[in-house]
Write a protein that binds this ligand. Sequence first.
Ligand SMILES: *Cc1c(COP(=O)(O)O)cnc(C)c1O
Length: 399
Amino acid sequence: MIDKVIPYGRQNITQEDINVVVEALQSDYLTQGPKILEFEKAFAEYVGSTYAVAVSNGTAALHLCALALDVKDGDKVITTPITFAASANCVRYCGGEVVFSDIDPDTYLLDIEKVKALLEASPKGTYKGIIPVDFAGRAVDLEAYRKLADQYGLWIIEDACHAPGGFFADSNAETQNCGNSNFADMAIFSFHPVKHIACGEGGMVTTNNEVLYKKLLALRTHGITKSESDYSNTVDFANGIATESSVYPAWYMEMQTLGFNYRLTDFQAALGTSQLQRADDGLVKRRAIAAIYNEAFRGKSFIQGQSGVVEGHAYHLYVIEVEDRLGLYSYLRENNIFAQIHYIPCHLMPYYKQFGWKEGDMPNAEKYYKNCISLPMYPTLTNDEQEFVINKIEDFYSN
Ligand SMILES: *Cc1c(COP(=O)(O)O)cnc(C)c1O
């Protein structure tokens, strides 16, 4: 018996992380200081994007993307029901309409064939964008989505919260990192403690589009710009006096659009940069844990399905589909193993049911939900703990 709780995911904070946070706390800036750009640059380099914008959490990242893409009342946006609600909610924040489309029962990802069918069934212009999710850490084939999106003039926001370090191979066998924005207009990440990189709370938007980048920067901080070339009021007004000079005073700034305060603090950014140094080690560990589960469950009759063995899987989650999921979940909890369910299908949340979504609309997602369970998966899970988890699962099904 292992007496401490084994959760499905957890952060790994080292002394080095603690040191950099303390250092940031003792510096001149708790927020709006140099640690933000440092983190953004390191993160952009890590995923291979041109730009990165750090924000207060992944949900704020999604909201800013929807705002930057000008999502408006009634705009239809397609996403998967098997995701955290925030992937869909960002559309609603802007008054848009969420159109759920079913998952592929093998990959658990938004099924591109179903999206294609949806697009073909309506006149062009009906839909504005697609939000695919690298669910569990498995990379979406964004090259295929880009082709489809271009046919219909759609934008793409990649929800890569589960997949920093994940990748897929494109049609030229080139590696495409999740969040590199080579195919998506923007990608978003979360730094909640259960995700790969922990900041407490935190998020990131990555993009290769300079126009979107500038919009994101302004929207993150009240819609304010401090860039002279963008000013719309006159120098005379700004100085409060008629002047020969063409120089705006140092205090001057303009609020040009309706933005938010979605900033990350400097001490969180310092933690993020420190965590990022170990991201690849964490990934190696996650993939090793997945390999052990794969081996242990190979050919087991109680497993109906499990996270595919694919290169580039970032393994935020290790999901299996089992018979008597409730029984297994309860048995594991009795043994201090806190497995989790990801996700209750979004379209069946009471909030979304009010728009007419109902049981039967997404058969694959609904069947998946009945059987899915996410097993402990995090870099500090020990071999003994994992063996304990595997033994308990086998015990449950042999009784
Ligand atoms: C965690 C998560 C989010 C939201 O991130 P927060 O930082 O918690 O706001 C969005 N989408 C997915 C898929 C997530 O897992």
